[in-house]
Design a protein around this ligand. Structure first.
Ligand code: BES
Ligand code: ZN
Length: 618
């Protein structure tokens, strides 16, 4: 080749490369999403140093958040805040003049802080306000021991911004250190390395060395103690609950071992559970290293501990591999239900696992029916722009997500399924995944190599439940149905038939009452089994639901329902009962109770019930 031609060829090549660069947009690390104002592709937080004082007198958290940041030529960094009082901000220790954008009901206010190319740190001095949605301040009366106040946070989905100014997107991952000052008699714990005893001065230091998403930053402050269950598992609770909690969760180490055996090492060192006061709005919340749990899970016989298996499973699906946006929420919850049921199967066998799965399958049926005018809401991948991500927290993500994975398992076989899931968690550890990223991974690591066709797109992007769904059967439930039928036919109750029943069988039995069941039938069953006074919260809840549905008022059940709704703030229970009132055209009755119970609820429960009952404060 002549020198000149070579030169010419090189110029063309260089030109083409430049062209190509221009045409292919650089892939941005963070995908677009609708629930955060942050612009992480321009400037992103990497580490948080939190320094706060928790004041129970004024019910205010006061402090500063210092972030280590990374940026690409950005002139500002944008954070999420909602209902916060921003006092001042700094960039590398020097005052920086911040701007707060107008308030948006869903997202709150964007906080813009000017930075330069070489800004390494920003600091925000702030206070929480009485509108905060994450915090619930409890009076001593609302706790188990009734002598000291209590505080807990709930970050998921977009509430962390109401107690810490932050880039509040699940795509963000930060490590954090915290200094938390609380009243001397109380102990503080976080989703971090935790103290096992109270400090003398009420000052606590925390370190979370694994990077986590902001919705997983959590704090609880109360008169609590610690008891170990094993070397790496244990419980925090108030004094009157601690022994019960330890006994209920005695299988925790076995659960962690079973989970590790399925999908790889537990990456968070410690797995503890804190049992919170009964107003906690969820069954459980998977805050890393420290699951937050409702006391209603303590049944005395370990019968509701699949909830612990569920929150533990989130240590892989959710906390390690995180949904990129709240539209991908099913990646967190569907995988977690699948994993939870596999843990339960490993510990207690297929019968128990299938009963849990079948209860979920029935919930799913009801949810799909409830969305018959909004079929888009029954897709796994959602579009929640302009909606509260909370709207996606229903049986679709959980139970349709589960059914998809169970059906996939049945198609490919358990061995391949498990190898696939294990590699999925390992490959994506400490990062986020979109639904599309998951589908790519599934195609290239499970379906294509094994030459398997599966209707993945139908499952994920179409409403309803595809025809190839796995059919879940349970002999135990069939037996419960038969027992119910013979009670109804004979109008008398043979108690011996039910003496070995588990909670799941009871729940199924009660939920299967026919439309035509009479109050006499209910009274007879109540006399035989004393459902109205059930100490098991799940059994009580489904019984109360039936009492409301069928106008049963015997055995003092009305008072029991009211007491339950005032004491318990767990949203799933509370909303099931208020929905029953509404369906039975008893909204007025419901409102009388709700006016008394509402002050006891955390904002997430109150918001749901306000909408359900059309309550606006009057
Ligand atoms: N992460 C959820 C709770 C959650 C979801 C809070 C969305 C806020 C927004 C938790 O893991 C969960 O699913 N809890 C369930 C437990 C059940 C499925 C065993 C609950 O609270 O009922
Ligand atoms: Zn969950």
């Amino acid at each position: 080749m002549k020198k000149q031609t070579l030169l010419y060829a090189l110029i063309i090549l260089a030109f083409n490369c430049a062209e190509e660069k221009k045409e292919t947009p650089t892939t941005l690390k963070y995908v677009k999403e609708s629930h955060s104002n942050a612009k992480p592709n321009e400037a992103v937080i990497k580490h948080l140093d939190l320094d706060i004082v928790v004041d129970f007198e004024t019910q205010v958290i006061d402090g500063k958040a210092t972030y280590t940041i990374e940026s690409t030529n950005a002139s500002e960094i944008v954070l999420d805040t909602k209902y916060l009082d921003i006092i001042s901000t700094e960039a590398d220790g020097k005052p920086a003049e911040f701007k707060l954008e107008p308030f948006n009901k869903q997202l709150g206010q964007a906080l813009r802080i000017p930075i330069s190319e070489d800004t390494k740190q920003i600091t925000i001095h702030y206070k929480t306000t009485d509108k905060t949605e994450a915090l619930q301040w409890l009076s001593p009366q609302q706790t188990a021991d009734k002598t000291n106040p209590f505080l807990f946070t709930q970050g998921q989905a977009i509430l962390t911004r109401t107690w810490i100014p932050i880039q509040d997107s699940p795509q963000i991952r930060i490590t954090y250190n915290a200094k938390v000052v609380v009243p001397k008699d109380l102990m503080a714990v976080m989703s971090a390395e935790n103290p096992k005893e109270k400090s003398a001065d009420g000052v606590y230091h925390f370190k979370m060395k694994q990077p986590i998403s902001p919705y997983l930053i959590a704090l609880a402050v109360g008169d609590i103690e610690y008891k170990p269950v094993s070397k790496r598992t244990g419980v925090y609770a108030e004094k009157s609950m601690i022994d019960k909690a330890q006994a209920e969760f005695i299988d925790m180490e076995k659960m962690v071992a079973a989970a590790e055996n399925l999908y790889g090492a537990y990456d968070w060192d410690q797995f503890d559970v804190i049992v919170l006061p009964p107003s906690f709005p969820f069954g459980g919340m998977e805050n890393p290293r420290l699951t937050f749990a409702t006391p209603t899970v303590i049944a005395g016989d370990k019968s509701l501990t699949s909830l612990i298996a569920h929150e533990l499973a989130h240590s892989w699906s959710g906390n390690l591999v995180t949904n990129a946006t709240w539209d991908d929420f099913w990646l967190n919850e569907g995988f977690t239900v699948y994993f939870e049921i596999r843990i339960m199967e490993a510990l207690y066998g297929k019968d128990r696992a299938n009963m849990i799965a079948l209860i979920g399958r029935q919930d799913l049926e009801e949810e799909v029916e409830g969305f018959k005018d909004e079929p888009d809401m029954t897709k796994l991948k959602l579009n929640l722009s302009d909606k509260n991500p909370d709207d996606g927290m229903n049986s679709i993500a959980y139970d349709k997500g589960y059914l998809f994975l169970r059906t996939l398992e049945e198609t490919v076989g358990r061995e391949k399924m498990d190898a696939f899931l294990k590699s999925y968690f390992k490959t994506n550890a400490f990062s986020t995944v979109t639904t599309e990223g998951f589908i790519d991974y599934l195609n290239s690591n499970l379906l294509e190599p094994n030459n398997i066709t599966f209707n993945v797109n139908e499952w994920i992007y179409q409403p309803g439940i595809p025809d190839n769904q796995s059919i879940i059967v349970s002999n135990k439930f069939e037996n419960a149905e038969n027992t119910l039928q013979s009670f109804l036919d004979a109008k008398s109750v043979d108690v011996s038939k039910t003496k070995d029943w588990t909670t799941q069988e009871w729940v199924h039995f009660i939920r299967n009452f026919p439309e035509t069941i009479t109050t006499d039938d209910l009274a007879r069953l109540d006399t035989a089994f004393n459902f109205t006074n059930a100490s098991n919260s799940h059994i009580a809840m489904v019984w109360y639901e039936q009492a409301i549905n069928h106008n049963y008022h015997g055995n003092g059940v009305d008072q029991k329902i009211e007491d339950f709704l005032i004491r318990v703030g767990r949203r799933w229970y509370v909303s099931t009962l208020f929905k029953a009132f509404k369906k039975a055209d008893k909204v007025d009755e419901a409102l009388v109770i709700y006016k008394k119970s509402r002050p006891n609820y955390h904002s997430v429960t109150a918001n749901t019930i306000d909408a359900l009952l059309g309550y606006d404060g009057n």
